[in-house]
Design a protein around this ligand. Structure first.
Ligand code: MSP
Length: 562
């Protein structure tokens, strides 16, 4: 019965008051990203967001949670239609080509998503249409009209060349529309509108209540005030249709075939149309969906207001989602070039594919996660990419691995001996516990830069411990066997823990470290081999045999194209 009710809500056809009010105890993590426009090739900003979500997903898997990571592409809309026309191909053919570029980039960067969201997918189209129908059918008993959607005719200035309505923002300093707009004429147009204004107070209250409860709607929480101000100023409703006469590349309205759906109303729905527990063909499973929802939406700061911070919560409210079911938004900053936002239209975009080929996918992943603080902007620099990799991975962690395994081979034939009870050679165990705690703290606020910093600090500490203990001297002193055992065991154990902790950033290298340590788990050799539960000190048994070192992080050099 419950499942049946849910399937109707998921398709958007259950009445709003049939709400999904039950608590599900979860050990799940549902993370989504913005879906990228397919009007051009991916750039570094797109790659950053997907790697960020991937790293978070991997940390939650590491914690033993069940993870569902959704990403994809936004394939409809005017820009796509225009780009396809320019190339003289059909829009679907055009988006297929660009979509393939995105997918192959995620494969190259090891972005391990669980579900691909492409908005031309039938599953998605059906969901958008069902939602529109549901909102249209949700009638006010007094007036008999929909409570959420109405049709209206409005006039405005329209650029024939750009095929879009212009607003005052498009006027030049002289108050006129510039020549770039070509012929501009006044036009009346009928469209469908989604009611926003009536939810203004509800949204303000929600923002405040979530902040009071220590569970802000927007992370980092310095953006909450920005959203609140925007909601306070909210005026007017959202035009959610486009007449087919001027834009045909979109999802047709279910109750009026002369219109297609506005691209944002279509795109936002991906977060539920591709969520687990929903399959329009088979029906949705209420319990399954609720085991996952709400998602954490990872998005850039340019699409917080109004799309994710205003439209989306109100759309969910209209669909009958309760306040607790409104998702949290993790809002990241921009990668800039010389202070300017990197974007295709600015012509200053950096190609992540080229960078990955030049320096390796993991060097790029590591740079993107460590040279920017979550929520803030950063300036891209190829020199810094190389510098960070060389100093933090090659020199710091790479040297720790090489030196430790060399010494273990040289002084103990690769066989570890357990340290004397109650000792903590070089303070390595304490440093490991501090790093594990810092990872847990960083995860609470999704500060991946701080997490990487803590892991690298642990590695630096271990390098320092080598200098302080000087195993090469201990090896010559027959009375120092315990001290030698203790430091070598501690170093290998530190590396084992570092490999697990750092695996979300550089999974291949982490596998490489564990292979050289000869560390096997009953979880197998895939990514399941990384478990936070295995980071307890003392996981390596007495007599464990390590391999000889093989360099994992070759030094990089900046290779700028001519
Ligand atoms: N299609 C919409 C999103 C719909 S989500 C239901 C869109 N697409 S986009 O391709 O323009 O941007 C996709 C994501 O990339 C956004 O979160 C955006 O903030 C992010 N980035 C685009 N340029 C960026 C940088 N220069 N730096 C970091 N991320 C930026 O908006």
């Amino acid at each position: 019965m419950i499942i049946e009710a849910w399937s109707r809500v998921r398709c958007g056809i259950a009445p709003a008051d049939r709400l999904l009010n039950f608590t599900v105890v979860k050990n799940t993590f549902f993370v989504t990203t913005a879906i990228d426009y397919t009007n051009g090739a991916p750039h570094l900003g797109h790659a950053y967001e997907k790697v960020l979500a991937d790293v978070l997903a991997r940390y939650h898997r590491l914690k033993g949670e069940e993870v569902f990571f959704l990403t994809g592409v936004d394939q409809h809309g005017q820009k796509v239609q225009q780009s396809a026309e320019k190339q003289g191909v059909a829009p679907q053919e055009f988006v297929n080509g660009v979509t393939a570029q995105f997918r192959s980039l995620w494969e190259k960067l090891d972005v391990r998503y669980d579900q691909w969201a492409a908005t031309t997918d039938d599953r998605h189209k059906q969901c958008v249409r069902a939602i529109l129908q549901r909102l249209w059918d949700d009638k006010d008993p007094r007036t008999g009209a929909s409570r959420w959607i109405y049709k209206d005719s409005r006039g405005g200035y329209y650029s024939v060349r750009q095929e879009q309505f212009l607003t005052d923002k498009e006027r030049g300093p002289d108050g006129q529309f510039g020549p770039e707009w070509g012929q501009v004429e006044f036009r009346e147009e009928e469209n469908y509108y989604f009611r926003l204004e009536g939810s203004r107070q509800w949204l303000l209250d929600l923002i405040d209540a979530r902040s009071r409860a220590g569970n802000p709607l927007v992370l980092p929480d310095f953006r909450v005030a920005e959203l609140r101000n925007a909601v306070e100023k909210l005026a007017g409703d959202l035009c959610i249709s486009r007449p087919k006469a001027r834009l045909s590349w979109g999802i047709e309205f279910p109750f009026d075939a002369d219109f297609v759906t506005y691209v944002w109303f279509d795109a936002l729905v991906n977060y539920i149309s591709f969520a687990p527990g929903y399959d329009p063909a088979v029906g949705a499973d209420l319990a399954e969906f609720h085991g996952w929802w709400p998602a954490l939406h990872v998005i850039g700061k340019d699409i917080l207001i109004p799309a994710h911070g205003v439209y989306w919560p109100i759309m969910l409210r209209a669909l009958g989602f309760s306040d607790e079911q409104i998702p949290t938004l993790l809002v990241h900053g921009w990668w800039n070039i010389g202070g300017e936002k990197m974007s295709k239209s600015q012509g200053n975009s950096v190609d992540p594919d080229v960078l990955a080929d030049r320096y390796g996918a993991e060097a790029l992943r590591y740079y993107l996660m460590t040279d920017i603080a979550t929520g803030r902007d950063a300036d891209f620099s190829e020199e810094r990419l190389v510098q960070r990799y060389n100093s933090e991975l090659a020199k710091n962690l790479g040297n720790l691995l090489n030196r430790t395994l060399n010494m273990a081979q040289k002084y103990q034939g690769g066989t570890l001996k357990a340290p004397a009870a109650g000792t903590d050679a070089g303070g390595l165990r304490a440093a490991s516990e501090a790093a594990i705690q810092a990872v847990a703290d960083g995860l609470k606020t999704d500060q991946v830069q701080a997490i990487a910093g803590a892991i690298l600090a642990f590695s630096s500490h271990a390098n320092g411990a080598i200098e302080a203990a000087a195993p090469w001297k201990l090896a010559k002193d027959p009375g120092a066997a315990d001290a030698l055992n203790g430091i070598l065991y501690g170093l290998v154990e530190s590396l084992r823990i570092i490999a697990i902790l750092i695996s979300p950033f550089v999974p291949d290298a982490a596998h490489g470290i564990l292979d050289q340590l000869n560390w096997k788990t009953e979880h197998g050799h895939g990514n399941e081999r990384f478990r936070l539960a295995d980071t307890g000190w003392g996981g390596l048994p007495e007599g464990h045999q390590v391999s000889a070192p093989v360099p994992l992080f070759p030094q990089l050099e900046v290779q700028k194209a001519e």
